[in-house]
Design a protein around this ligand. Sequence first.
Ligand SMILES: *Cc1c(COP(=O)(O)O)cnc(C)c1O
Length: 367
Amino acid sequence: MRGHSPVFADLHGGRLTIDLKALADNWRQLARRAGPAETAAAVKADAYGLGIEAVVPALLNAGCRSFFVAHFSEALRVRALAPDAVIYVLNGLPPHGCSAFHTLDLRPVLGSLDEVAEWLAHSPEDAPAALHVDTGLNRLGLSPPEIALLPKNFRPALVMSHFVSSEIPGDPITLRQIATFRAVREMIPDVPASLCNSSGLFLSALKDIAFDMVRPGYALYGGNPTPGAPNPMREVVTLEARLIQLREVESGVSVGYNAQWHTTRPSLIATVSLGYADGYLRSGGATAQHVGGKAIVNGVECALAGRISMDLITIDVTDAPNVQRGDWAVLVGGRLALDDVAHRLETNGYEILTSLGRRHERVYLSS
Ligand SMILES: *Cc1c(COP(=O)(O)O)cnc(C)c1O
């Protein structure tokens, strides 16, 4: 957890508040849903941008014992925080990587016959590793027919696969993946299995597909695992920025680069100290063709005005009451739910979270 003083806080443009209690509650809620299956946590990409060093201790405290990262370098950071945890590295075994994995007791998620062969050749007997089977993403993992070619002495600690479209209820590909995964399990019997990500945990078939472990990420961080329906998770992230200047402009005046947005009335424009270099994607800019993002200023929802700059955003605060230099604009959180912001910025909430920049003051709320 990073300390901060009020003086230095004001030297940052944006303030990112991360509610670790809500995060822990989200993990507990998912663990209740998944039980008796174990609930692990996906903490790749710096815990979806929220900070491994804060998120992992909060999850350990809630009861989480197994973590999934993408890279070896991320596994090192988790191991430093969690000496006894089980840590899986999703992107698998890099060439000549075995001894580094053994030294830190990390488990690669082996995704090809080559990786399995290298692991077996350079590991103590029964060194635990997971096996990734591809059931439709065509990205990582053995294809189901390759399972017959696995060396007979290989016994993975976990067999897993990953959904293509679990957030879209009724997508037929999900049922095909479940059927394929069941067939895969029959080829490798008596090995613990894992299929569900966040949205998988909300599929109606859950009790048949939780298997031995579930691996949520997005929902832990407050993302909606059931898009289109109310979000069952607690909000974790709030992003705010200070208004650093206010200016009154006439009707018909352009604001921002390339003059793509014009006032249609005498307007009050506020500039905040946060831009696309801080992870507020440029696709959130307002132009004649595109509405763009929103901000809440003094309780009123305001439209953005013009393009997003690298370090600045301009907001039409004409309708907000008593606006002063130094007031805060909320850009994500509260009435601006993460998934709605993502929709306005033409992306998904995963990209919003993992884009969150390094320049914000980070405030971690615990217990
Ligand atoms: C990222 C990831 C997860 C977590 O997915 P969410 O949709 O964030 O819950 C689970 N499994 C694998 C293989 C992943 O890559």
